[in-house]
Design a protein around this ligand. Structure first.
Ligand SMILES: O=C(O)CCC(=O)C(=O)O
Length: 291
């Protein structure tokens, strides 16, 4: 075990507001496959994080590839994203759903610029993640208003109870998903629920629930941070280990290559570690894809 591993073997969440999930909320999650709205942080703190994110964007304005990589993998390259993933107010409800031993598999931003055509097609998250099971919860944290006008996330209740359905690749220009993957069976869109959130609020969703979102027709950016939490018993269904970060409890399984907090903003060692992880992830993220 290296020093970094030692550091993260027993993670302690940073303090923040404690959120108690009531019993019926857990039942609601099990019934619907999602929960909202929950408070992740105060609106003022959300604004502060938004400023940090936009400051980071400004600092890499001339490096679009670097900007994209960091925003999609913020947990590994941006200390303020790592900090959000460890907030007690987010971890508490996640622990009630997944148990005490929690890792972050990834955390990245979904940003829709004002009055643009970008959208997210209907999909189930776990389709291409190569994970052994569905002990995964996404916390989607709003850093700007996520409303019907700005293209909030939409879920179809109860769809997490079925297996992964067939998806087809579209590689559509304005689709924000990596391969434009889209559910190939009927989605009852009229039954979808709009997950409207104010800055600082979050939703939690199951990796198999059908979800997607429309374009942003508002004058503000729609900014959400999607944090992928998994319980430590999960594993990747390939030989090589991918990375994860212990943020609560202990890791008794050692199924992932544990990494610690980012060493700084875009630290070269963190970038090298992430690039190696991305190389390994190609085995499942683009499996079966023609591109
Ligand atoms: O941000 C969105 O509109 C969609 C987010 C999403 O697909 C996810 O968090 O899994």
């Amino acid at each position: 075990m290296n020093a970094n591993n030692q550091l993260v073997k027993e993670a302690k969440a940073s303090s923040g507001d404690k959120v108690e999930l009531k019993d019926d909320w857990v039942q609601q999650y099990e019934r619907d496959g999602y929960l909202f709205p929950l408070k992740a942080m105060d609106p003022a703190q959300a604004l502060e994080y938004r400023k940090q994110m936009e400051c980071f964007e400004a600092s890499v304005a001339d490096k679009p590839d670097m900007r994209k990589m960091a925003l999609l993998n913020g947990a590994y390259l941006l200390p303020f994203v790592d900090e959000i993933t460890r907030l007690e107010s987010i971890l508490e409800p996640v622990k009630q759903l997944l148990g005490p031993n929690i890792m972050v598999w990834n955390a990245g931003f979904f940003i829709k610029e004002p009055r643009t055509e970008d959208f997210i097609s209907w999909h189930q998250d776990l389709t291409y993640w190569g994970l052994s099971d569905s002990h995964e919860v996404t916390a989607w944290v709003a850093l700007s208003p996520s409303t019907i006008a700005s293209g909030c996330v939409k879920f179809v209740a109860g769809t997490h109870k079925q297996d992964i359905v067939e998806h087809k690749d579209t590689f559509e220009k304005n689709n924000l998903l990596s391969r434009g993957q889209e559910i190939a069976v009927e989605v009852k869109e009229e039954e979808a629920v709009n997950i409207q959130l104010q800055p600082g609020e979050m939703s939690l969703h199951h990796g198999k629930v059908f979800h997607g979102s429309h374009a942003n027709t508002s004058d503000d950016r729609r900014i959400g941070l999607a944090i992928r939490y998994i319980s430590t018993d999960m594993r990747q269904t390939i030989e090589e280990k991918t990375t994860a970060k212990l943020v609560a409890g202990v890791d008794e399984f050692d199924n992932f290559r544990q990494v610690g907090k980012p060493r700084g903003v875009l630290d070269p060692e963190d970038i090298a570690s992430l690039e190696e992880n991305m190389r390994i992830q190609q085995q499942f993220l683009y499996a079966g894809s023609k591109k």
